[in-house]
Design a protein around this ligand. Structure first.
Ligand SMILES: [Mn+2]
Length: 280
């Protein structure tokens, strides 16, 4: 409900149908599928403009907390990028110095005031950083869930003007696709991880919006932006991050099967999750 089009709600179903669980089991992992978190009635939210995203975050947080308490590694599958709120809230409660590595074509750092589209999936990271309706923020946990200085965005290539101002005001580290091209993929990821560690982040939530991929080959997302990473680059980035940082939870979001071509983006999502888990 956080994005402009229907479709992302089908993501988990398609990823299951593509055999994710069997593949992880074949890789030697024990997998517990905790099932779908259903969209809550929007009326439950104290901030209706968020279209239930905050309530969804609270419901997801409960399951992720359960997983963390059991010593499992949470993999949360979207859904639009609002899916990230639950695992961030849970991991922040579990790890007081949590940092976020946000891999996305968009920073998702708008507020209800700054957003031109008013789509809540463009406000997720700002909410995590404590910008948004107070009641929604407080329902998710401490405010902010993660301070802005412990957030790094990687691979952004579509940044709104007002959003850029907010990022600068709150000193959020944001590196673009251009910087990755100029300085190298692993170098850019390495710098982001070093930065987060230098800011005291002892644990990292890795959030992957599939629109980081180039839509020319992986079109199954709701808000495609020209350019972006190849599948091999994304897998390299994820594997590097898993090796170099203490990643305690991940989310993979914004798969829109309605827009996919020959399930290429679905297959990419499955393989990205597999590569992340393989590095545990
Ligand atoms: Mn996003």
């Amino acid at each position: 409900m956080g994005g402009p089009y229907p479709g992302p709600e089908l993501g988990p179903k398609w990823i299951r149908a593509a055999g994710l669980i069997g593949k992880l089991e074949a890789d030697g992992f024990e997998v517990w599928d905790l099932g779908d978190v259903e969209n809550p009635p929007v009326g439950l939210s104290s901030a209706p403009e968020l279209r239930g995203m905050d309530t969804m975050g609270v419901l997801t947080r409960g399951r992720v907390e359960h997983a963390l308490q059991k010593g499992m590694f949470p993999v949360v599958i979207g859904g639009d990028h609002g899916t990230a709120l639950g695992p961030i809230a849970a991991s922040a409660a579990h790890h007081p110095t949590l940092g976020i590595l946000w891999v996305d074509a968009h920073p998702d750092f708008n507020t209800l005031e700054s957003s031109t589209t008013k789509n809540p999936h463009g406000m997720v990271l700002a909410l995590a950083a404590g910008l948004g309706p107070r009641s929604a923020l407080e329902s998710l946990g401490r405010v902010p869930l993660v301070p802005p200085r412990r957030i790094a965005i990687l691979g952004a290539r579509s940044i709104d003007d007002a959003e850029r101002t907010l990022l600068d005001q709150h000193e959020v580290r944001c590196s673009t696709t251009d910087e990755i091209l100029r300085f190298g993929l692993v170098e850019s990821a390495d710098e982001a991880i070093r930065y987060l560690k230098a800011q005291g982040a002892e644990a990292i939530h890795l959030s992957i919006d599939l629109d980081i991929l180039n839509p020319a080959n992986w079109p199954g997302v709701s808000t495609p932006v020209d350019g972006g990473l190849s599948f091999d680059e994304l897998v390299t980035l994820v594997a590097w991050t898993m090796d170099e940082a203490n990643v305690v939870s991940i989310d993979v979001s914004e798969l829109n099967p309605n827009r996919d071509r020959r399930e290429q983006t679905t297959e990419a999502a499955v393989a990205v999750i597999q590569s992340a888990v393989a590095a545990l």
